[in-house]
Design a protein around this ligand. Structure first.
Ligand code: GMT
Length: 377
């Protein structure tokens, strides 16, 4: 198959999933063309079946301060689809990618080219629900030839929020278990010898509640000598750093920013924290689980579809930092519990969310959409 993939090229989960999917499809023999304004952060190998097409937005004084990226993207999609004879444009994150893909199809007057939109989370729960974007997001979903969502929860939220009857296929996010493994090697980088290592990865947006991460850590470190890795970057980073200064945690908490070699670091940790307000899936938690790291998260959104409470981690109410800290102390003070939960986490990643299982589901979905058979709504 010849597949165009569009995603945000930054470190966010949707870009990670789109990139890993494209690489896996190319490995399986498909021709993959990434179309975006920059090389996706996880795209480290370009080879004969993985191509990148950069979208550039021509500047013009009248366009200031809002250059029309959506239109430049649509134009590039149409050009690549035509020249490379694409069968599918698979867009990740509905806004504005689904609209650009629809426009590209219209420009080409093509009925052969199919548009598939994967919903990831905030495109539906935050941005897409905003009155200024709701009608166009709904439109983008309804004109797509196929729509997938990363969790059952997100599918149901989409149907409810947008009042759409569009059939939405749930295809969970996935991980390559051979890349994410338990490996304490990176502990030395953070001066960790006997201390416990706790990890958090996110885009530091308010929805991630990074201040809860630090409140939990602050409670844990009173009882168990620990270090905290804060990986990622975003609007709440300065506030989080200020909290560490005020609470004299500067020696214990490392703000690493966006790291390109996440798999080498996350596997060194003993516990992963994801106390989000809302989370459609929790890709970062899955990568930790694959590395045998138990997760403490909130019982929010699609997280219960990934983490099994009491088995490979703990799920607690949003904002309940006392309960999350108590569970963290329970895991970190009991090596047998930590080991057992870590094994169970890895098992779930290998069984349910294995790249080898999920990528063929995407491929079958492509074939189904290309066959033109309408899914029952
Ligand atoms: O977290 C974000 O808002 C970023 C967003 C993205 O597009 O990168 O993440 C969403 O998609 C990820 C990949 O499917 C999911 O693992 C995240 O749970 C989801 N984030 C939210 O729902 C908040």
């Amino acid at each position: 198959m010849r597949i165009g993939i569009t995603c945000y090229p930054t470190f966010g989960g949707s870009g990670v999933v789109a990139t890993e999917l494209g690489i896996a499809l190319a490995r399986g023999g498909d021709d993959v063309h990434f179309i975006s304004y920059a090389l996706p952060s996880r795209l480290r190998i370009l080879h004969e079946r993985v191509h990148f097409h950069e979208v550039t937005v021509t500047s013009y004084p009248l366009f200031d301060p809002y250059p029309p990226y959506t239109l430049a993207l649509a134009t590039k999609m149409a050009e690549v689809a035509d020249y490379e004879k694409l069968d599918i444009l698979h867009v990740h994150y509905a806004i504005p990618h689904a609209i650009s893909a629809h426009l590209a199809k219209q420009i080409l007057g093509s009925t052969r080219l199919k548009v598939i939109t994967t919903l990831h989370g905030t495109d539906i729960t935050l941005v897409g629900r905003d009155a200024s974007y709701l009608p166009i997001t709904k439109f983008g979903i309804e004109v797509s030839d196929g729509v997938t969502s990363v969790s059952r929860w997100l599918r149901d939220e989409t149907t409810r929020n947008f009042g759409t009857k569009k059939s939405i296929e749930v295809i969970p996010n996935f991980v390559d278990p051979s890349r994410f493994r338990r490996d304490r090697g990176a502990c030395g980088l953070f001066g960790v010898t006997t201390e416990k290592l706790i990890c958090h990865v996110s885009n530091f947006r308010p929805v991630k509640r990074v201040m809860d991460v630090l409140s939990i850590f602050e409670r844990v470190t009173r009882v168990i000598p620990s270090r905290m890795l804060m990986i990622g970057d975003g609007p709440d980073r300065s506030r989080a750093e200020a909290f560490c200064r005020e609470h004299h945690l500067r020696e214990e908490v490392f703000f690493l920013g966006n790291v390109p070699n996440l798999e080498e670091i996350v596997g060194a940790s003993d516990l992963f924290l994801l106390p989000s307000e809302q989370e459609s899936f929790g890709m970062a938690a899955l990568e930790a689980m694959a590395s045998e790291v138990p997760v403490i998260a909130t019982r929010a959104g699609g997280l219960p579809e990934v983490i099994t409470d009491g088995e490979n981690g703990f799920l607690l109410p949003v904002g309940d930092v006392d309960a999350m800290a108590a569970r963290a102390i329970e895991i970190l003070s009991n090596p047998e519990l930590q080991r057992r939960m870590g094994h169970k986490a890895r098992e779930a990643a290998e069984r349910q969310f294995n790249e080898a299982r999920v990528v063929p589901i995407y491929r079958r979905f492509y074939e189904h959409v290309l066959s033109g058979v309408k899914a029952p709504s």
